[in-house]
Design a protein around this ligand. Sequence first.
Ligand code: PPS
Length: 288
Amino acid sequence: MSRLDVTESFAGIRLPGHLHTQESLEFASTFPFRHSDVLLVTFPKSGTTWMQEILTLIYSSGDPHPAKSIPNWARNPWLEHIYFKDVLQEREGPRLLTTHLPQQVMAAALRKAKPKVIYLARNPKDVLVSYYHFHRMANFLPDPGSFNEFLLSFLDGTVHYGSWFEHIKGWLSCQEELDVLYMTYEELHQDLEGSVKRLSAFLGRPMQPGQINAIERHCSFTSMSKNTMVNCTLVPREIMDSSKSQFMRKGIVGDWRDHFSSQQCELFNKKYQQEIGGRCQQFQWTMD
Ligand code: PPS
């Protein structure tokens, strides 16, 4: 385990060298997708792990065994991670894949095979808060500084994985040309059963009521917090220090209210208005 202090630059964004190399990023951007693939796309801290778990359970027809015995990075691997090639080699059938990369990096590869894409978004204020705490515990990310310093970097788009605003605008722009389902973290919170039904319809995987109940049980925050295949407690402390913050931290909607001052809120809302305006009106989150 190395390269904790290395930062890679790719397509104008910075990424942790612990997880990525130029070669792994290049491989992701030219990945030969199959039409049967399912690609989960998120900006970091948008509920990736939650959706990976739900997708695992949809494809196991509600059987929690794979989710409890295989780490999420092996069953829903990130295209851009160093280990991706090795994990993928053993895979057959519909492949569940994950990426944090922006649309402009992935668009060409996706246009060819048109796999199913699920874009999961979250209120960017909660993303920022979650990302800030993640920076405190993940030693492969830079020191976040104060919350205010981190907020300014987030607004500038200089945090690792780039600008949240560019990420969502890019992925929203391709709804005509790709087979994409847009969902939100807030929607999963509000109606997990309805969200699973929407997903199963999109994926063409009909689910029985008992299977949906099993997914709801296994994918609750409490249950996932105890699952060592997703809660990162098996990651050595020099890489992720759970004494500073937990990976499965709070799992709530609106935690930003306990972090933002009114000035920070005003600054954030101004940027949101400039960059996003009415683009995300279909998403269930509030900026005030
Ligand atoms: S990462 O590092 O990008 O893969 O992180 P990601 O999985 O996208 O986001 C982590 C946040 O998602 C929360 N989480 C959940 N919330 C509710 N229910 C469930 N089951 C769940 N699983 C993960 C996790 O707690 C992180 O959010 P915060 O706000 O930090 O608690």
